[in-house]
Each structure stands twice: as C-alpha cells, then as structure tokens.
Design a protein around this ligand. Sequence first.
Ligand code: ATR
Length: 273
Amino acid sequence: MQDHYAVIGNPIAQSKSPMIHGMYAQATGQDMDYNKIEGPLGGFKTAVDAFRAAGGCGLNITAPFKLDACAYATHKSKRVELAGAANAMKFEGDKVLAENFDGIGLVRDVTHNLHMPLKGKRVLLLGAGGAARGALLPFLEEQPAELVIANRTLQKAFDLASIGAQWGRVRSSSYADLEMHRFDLVFNATSASLCGELPPVPASVFARCNLAYELAYGKGLTPFLRLAHNSGVGQLADGVGMLAEQAAEAFAWWRGVRPETQEVIKVLTVPLV
Ligand code: ATR
C-alpha cells in the first residue's frame, strides 16, 4: 500500500510541492503519493487530524499554517523552536514531529548549487519576519564574518539579532544605516517583492556583492534583483533552489533517501534576466 503525504495551505492551487515530491519519489523508487489539501482558515487541526486518521505519514505546511503546525506538534526541532514555525511534519503513532527546512534549504542552495560559501563572508539579510527567522540559525551555523539584519521595523531586527547572538556575530541595522557598508552576499527575506515593492535598501550595499538572492520564487526580476543587477552584482538568484532543497530535506527525513535536486531546479527555473 502506498504511503500518503500532502502539502496543506490556503490557498494551495499554486503549490509546486506535489510535482516536486512526485519527481523525487519516481527518481528514488519510493511507493508514495503526495497531494494538496486546502485547509479551511481556522480549521488546521481538524484537517490534519482527518489526514492522520486516514493513514497520512507526513505533511508539508505552507501559508498561513506554519505557526499552527508549530502549535500542533508534540516534538519540535531547535530550528522550529527558534523560527516559531514549521514547514514539515512527520507522524509516528501519537507523536507529531515538526521541522523547519526552509533555512537549511536556502543554505544548501547557496553553498552547494551556487558555490558561494557563507563562511567568513559579510552577509546582509533584509527582513525580520518568518522567512528571516527561518534563515537565522542555518546562516549562523555557516559562520559568516558578520550577519547584519535590516528591517523597516527596527525593533524586530533587533529582537532577531538578540536571539541569534548566542550562535554567532550578528547585529541589527536600519536601512538608512546600511549606506556606509558593503556585503558579499545580500538576501531579500522581506515580503516586499510579493507586491512588486522594493525594500529601501541603498544601492551602495551591492558595491562588492557577489550574490543577490531573492527568497521569493518565480517572480522574475523583482525590484530588489533589478537594483542588484543595475548595481553590477554578478550573480542573481531567486528561491527556486531553496524550494527544491527544502523539499529534498523533507523527503529525506520522511523516506530515508535524499533525492538529487538538479532536475527539479531545471524544470522550475524561470529566467531572471
Ligand atoms: P514572511 O513570513 O514572508 O517573512 P512576515 O512574517 O509577514 O512574512 O514578514 C514580512 C517581512 O517583510 C517583514 O520583515 C516586513 O517588514 P516589517 O517588519 O517592517 O513590517 C517586510 N516587508 C514587507 N513589505 C516591505 C516593504 N515594502 N519594504 C520593506 N520591508 C517590507
């Protein structure tokens, strides 16, 4: 009998996860199916209870349920505790294990696929919401020379940097105070691109930058990437590799075999320029 997996979110029609996990299952010969669940708003627990009762083995969780998943879990990884959000769950009897693979997927994409180590580098992270929280610990584990977190609401950047301080060199900054600073890698973890907006980052941060990375996927040349491109940044990336890598991490966690991601990245890549 096939093992059952799914992604739950609302809306969910846009999700690429069934296609990605379908390709991974085929490539690794796993007997499983993977579907989409549109969870009713306010009805996360009921929907997940029903999925488990029907024999479901694991779920991916997307907006707006990542915090609900964290609350639903009985066992949380350190990354989930820190992010306050989960993007994968595994069911083992009464146990509900929760993981957050977004940040690991991002780091794996940058270091492995894009060949840009973070170790010893000056790294700028824009945003201090859920996406930035997920990246914090995986980034610091790579031991950058310094991680600077800039956010419109400065207090949120300050709070996040304070949490991160136990793992590495991290500080907060306003956008205006970035003017005098240069970074090797710049990541946009704000949700500005989803509305076609540009976070107020000064172009000067890109003066010696090797990689500008937009965590959102499939938006083409966003205002952030356009600014980086016009400022002469050599390499631009969006979150397609992060998407493929976080899925591979979840797949390995569930099935005990890590799939190759190149084919998925090739299929989903949308040219940026
Ligand atoms: P997500 O889960 O996508 O990270 P979120 O938790 O709502 O979403 O966080 C959104 C982030 O994008 C925040 O850091 C937000 O900044 P504020 O904390 O100041 O609100 C940031 N953001 C959204 N729109 C932005 C814009 N136009 N310019 C700069 N930052 C923006």
